[in-house]
Ligand binder design. Structure first.
Ligand code: GRF
Length: 305
């Protein structure tokens, strides 16, 4: 139950505890104040007592929790909570109509408190996915919430299972002709998407819903050795046969083209004279593992303002 609440409200364990305390103390204070007022009014009809008691609870409870929330540092959460409750009861006007995308984007910016949910899109062995999961394992503000994979039997699915992280195996038709699994991502309150060995282009609905919130890692120094078909060993084979003296990694934002989009970081490493593609791949993987989780942390920390 607590895990569901954490997900639903996007809160850390500590914040959930503070919220529960606020509910408990605010609720008790409300009952206490309502009974004091009723005693003072000295009403002797049972039915009238009950009606006034309910009315007093409705009026006092929001004020009580808001006041108590200040002491627990949860005013922002409760002002939103009380407002939403008022809208549901028809007592307060909701926001003007916004599109689905705007609503989702706004919720990413204004949600409180800041538990950022990451989805990792991967379809290979998943060594980068594993490093990202390890990096955020103890984090109270960032959560690897979902693995998205397009290849049944991929190693990354086993990692998801071992780590008890939910995974979706996506279908090409739905990914490209539907809305790119946006509903599934919204359902899981995903804030940020990390590609780590995902070979399909990202469709428009996702690019629009996650502006500068989708990044990729490529095992070469882009713009060289990128584009369709340039993945895995074929990248390293091309680098070696071109007798490059150095190769490296590129972390970049994702746009509608393969291995294209603003570059966030490049790190290079030497290519040795007798390197095999496997040896170079090994060196490049080490660079990826050392840099990708750190860059992800830097970027998602900027989402929490
Ligand atoms: C990495 O080399 C990455 O650069 C590329 O795909 C590979 C994925 O490797 N985009 P792994 O599945 O994380 O081991």
């Amino acid at each position: 139950m607590f895990k569901n609440l954490k997900q639903r409200w996007k809160v850390t364990s500590l914040q959930l505890a503070l919220i529960i305390c606020t509910f408990a103390i605010g609720g008790s204070a409300t009952g206490f104040a309502a009974k004091k007022i009723l005693n003072w009014l000295a009403i002797d009809h049972d039915w009238l007592w009950t009606i006034i008691y309910i009315l007093l609870i409705i009026i006092i409870w929001p004020l009580a929790v808001l006041v108590v929330s200040i002491f627990f540092g949860q005013f922002r959460f409760f002002s939103g909570y009380v407002h939403r409750l008022g809208v549901k009861m028809g007592l307060v006007k909701g926001k003007s109509q916004t599109t689905d995308h705007e609503l989702y984007r706004n919720s990413l910016i204004t949600h409180y408190p800041p538990l950022i949910n990451i989805a990792v899109f991967a379809s290979g062995a998943g060594s980068n996915a594993q490093k990202i999961i390890d990096h955020f394992r103890e984090s109270s503000s960032v959560n690897v919430a979902l693995i998205v994979c397009n290849k049944s039997g991929a190693g990354v699915l086993q990692i998801a299972e071992n780590e008890n992280i939910s995974a979706i195996l996506i279908e090409k038709e739905k990914f490209f002709r539907g809305n790119g699994y946006l509903d599934e991502l919204k359902e899981r309150k995903i804030d940020f998407i990390v590609l780590a060995g995902f070979l399909w282009k990202i469709p428009d609905p996702l690019l629009k819903a996650f502006p500068r919130r989708i990044i990729n890692i490529h095992p070469a120094l882009l713009p060289k050795y990128g584009g369709k078909g340039m993945y895995g060993q074929s990248v390293h084979e091309a680098v070696i046969s071109a007798k490059e003296k150095e190769s490296g990694i590129t972390i970049h934002y994702v746009d509608g083209h393969y291995d294209h989009g603003d570059i966030i970081l490049q790190v290079s490493c030497p290519v040795m004279e007798n390197d095999t593609p496997e040896e170079l791949a090994h060196r490049i993987h080490a660079l990826e593992h050392a840099n990708y989780p750190v860059i992800i942390e830097e970027l998602v920390s900027k989402l929490v303002k």
